[in-house]
Design a protein around this ligand. Structure first.
Ligand code: SF4
Length: 283
């Protein structure tokens, strides 16, 4: 599982369950996904592809799937989001990474599912799934500030949340910490399925709100500046907070470099991977 990190890839396979999107901020400006769709005749209008769920379900080999494009785009019907989550929960051998630039809708979705389940006396499951990593992506401070606090509010264990800082377009302060109340429960898998909760106790304290940060420069013909010091700074912030950090690619004199051995300076050579990507939950 998860064999392509040396190429800067932090997933095994991308699954385009949604095609089309609309740009929402500076980091979307040169969106690679929309560009590729355009090349193959796409019109950018949001479309869903339920049949592609079957392909994932048929895959026997445990795989880390990155769900593309933005599942929480306002044009994606809620019923389809339900289907995607149903599929992910029913296939725990795979791990799914769901990134959105619309965490406000993701938060609303999680809260609705949890409330609805509580009303009928059933566990929601999505809040304790150990094969679904949720995240948001940002390339500028303003994008990060708008999105990361919303992600922190989603009632999922903080280790199962991530930030994708790509393309990094300026120096960013990650604001990695959050306050956690006394007696926090951590969802853990138990033998034979299901979950148990263990109180970790203690006073209100500051802890990292995320388990993983990906950072990288922009690629492509229109790539924008990405200073190596900005990347180093992101790495340092993660190290200080003990959050795993994965440097996907850097821009050296106008060239995009993915080979870790060719990264100048040890401060950039970080390809850390959270243990849950191998179904090991040690936290
Ligand atoms: S949200 Fe993602 S897929 Fe949509 S335009 Fe922005 S970068 Fe592209």
């Amino acid at each position: 599982m998860f064999e392509k990190t040396e190429k800067g890839m932090w997933w095994d396979e991308g699954s385009k369950l949604v095609e089309g999107c609309s740009k929402i901020g500076k980091s979307c400006e040169n969106c690679w996904s929309l560009e590729m769709e355009k090349r193959f005749g796409g019109d950018g209008v949001v479309k869903i592809f339920p049949k592609r769920l079957e392909k994932i379900m048929k895959r026997k080999k445990p795989t880390v799937f990155s769900i593309w494009n933005d599942l929480f785009h306002p044009a994606v019907p809620e019923k389809f989001i339900d289907k995607v989550y149903g599929m992910m929960l029913a296939n725990p051998r795979h791990l799914f990474i769901v990134l959105t630039k619309r965490p406000e809708r993701m938060l609303k979705y999680y809260n609705t599912v949890i409330e609805t389940s509580a009303q009928v006396g059933e566990p929601a499951l999505i809040d304790r799934a150990l094969n679904i990593v949720i995240g948001t992506s940002a390339g500028t401070q303003i994008e990060l500030d708008m999105r990361s606090d919303l992600l922190k509010l989603i009632p999922v264990h903080r280790k199962m949340k991530m930030l994708s800082i790509e393309p990094l377009l300026e120096q960013i302060s990650l604001n990695l910490y959050e306050n956690r109340p006394q007696g926090e429960k951590i969802a853990r898998p138990v033998n034979g399925g299901g979950f148990t909760g263990k109180s970790i106790g203690g006073d209100i304290r500051e802890v990292p709100g995320f388990g993983w940060v990906i950072v990288g420069c922009e690629s492509g013909e229109k790539k924008r500046k990405c200073d190596l010091r900005w990347i180093e700074n992101v790495v340092m912030q993660c190290q200080r907070a003990r959050v795993d950090v994965f440097v996907k690619q850097i821009n050296v004199n106008g060239y995009v470099v993915k080979d870790l051995d060719k990264f100048p300076g040890l401060g950039l050579r970080f390809r850390e991977i959270p243990n849950y990507l191998e179904h090991k939950y040690e936290w």
